[in-house]
Design a protein around this ligand. Sequence first.
Ligand code: SF4
Length: 73
Amino acid sequence: MHIKSHKYAKDGVTILWQPDKCIHSGVCVKGLSAVFDPAKSPWIDMGKAETARIVEQVKYCPSGALSLLNGQD
Ligand code: SF4
C-alpha cells in the first residue's frame, strides 16, 4: 500500500498526518475545527490556534493518523 504523509510545522512543533491511517472518527474536526477543516486545502491550518492546543488535540487522534514529530521539520 502506498503510504503518504504530510507535515505541518509551527513554533518548532511538527505534526505528521498519515491519511492512510485515518479512520475518519472526526475527533480532530469536532475538537478543533478552526485548525482541522477537511473542506479546506491544506486541511490543517496551524495558524488558527495556539500550538499547545493543537498538540493536545493531536494526542486525541484515535488512529495515530495525526502524530507529533520530535526534532526539526
Ligand atoms: S482524529 Fe485522527 S482518525 Fe479521527 S478524523 Fe482526525 S485524523 Fe482521522
